[in-house]
Design a protein around this ligand. Sequence first.
Ligand SMILES: [Zn+2]
Length: 220
Amino acid sequence: MSITYLLGPVEPVELDTFLEPMISELLRLHDEVPTYDAYRHENFLLRNHLVLVTGDSPAIAKILHLTGHNGYSPCRFCIIKGTPFQKKYKVKDVERLKMTYYYLFTPPTDIPPSYRISDVHDVYDPLHLLCCTNTGFINDTTKAEEDDSGQVAKETGIKRGSILFRIPSIRFPYSFPIDVMHLIYLGLTRDLVALLNDSYFSGASASRDTSQPYCIQEKV
Ligand SMILES: [Zn+2]
């Protein structure tokens, strides 16, 4: 059984209040509910366990009260931190600088001085990344809720506890997989099609050997 929540036209201020009725019902169903099977003409005990919750990154950040995929601690699967840098943007033709993060295993050393914020960056071994665990997530949630400065939220990526963790069958991060639409269809597939139809690389520096058999000439 899959349940879908589509809220709109603007995002809710407090999503947990919308989820509360569903959580209450799921908790009842977790224990067991006497139910009648009309096909077999018999009573049975119905149990229902919520195991997977998915959505795009902003939706998962909202439902889990995370700082999100643009934050200093962006990932719900591994413990990787962002490298801060300044980015230019314009407001009414006035150029400004905004601090943001990007995420690399080994940050480059040649960031231009005007964009650089710090010279100290973590380096990660992609084959030995520290993974997030359910126990670590619960402990960090408690710490974040006790901290008013926001520092724990920045470090851990967790702002406060989610109502979903009232359900015993929920396990972090395995209950929150990456959604197939963004991972495959809008991610890998889009890039792959662009590579095949020769539109992935653009600009004067793009030199592609379009005589190769894998290169589709017409846009698909
Ligand atoms: Zn990660």
